[in-house]
Design a binder for this molecule. Sequence first.
Ligand SMILES: [Zn+2]
Length: 142
Amino acid sequence: MTRPHISKALRKSIAAEAGHRCGYCLTPQSFTAMPMHVEHIIPLSAGGASDESNLWLACPLCNGHKGAQTHGVDPVTGQNASIFNPRQQQWEEHFYWSEDGVKIIGLTPTGRVTVLLLQLNNEYLTQARRRWVAVGWHPPQD
Ligand SMILES: [Zn+2]
């Protein structure tokens, strides 16, 4: 499948709209040494479009784990649930930070499926978050 071109202007606009941070793990662009990805919320392979309404910012880790997935099984209810949509849903309604600020906890089936499939508490993120908490950069206050 040929990936449609996303213009530099559109990438810039998406990054600004997303507050220059990953829509899933909320890692700010300024904390990483790698550029964020402009990702397809609904993957191209699932019929997602390459227009602004289906694009958001994601860190390379979240985007890599997400791949072409759209749904998963909630480990608590056993129900099929969709992955969090950072453009249409509110992060705080589906997730919260653990007391030490290091882990993302899913509140809803969508939140739990997203934590699981996107590995939002992978060792790379949790190690970095521990250091960010220690210097007062994390968790985000908004
Ligand atoms: Zn991320």
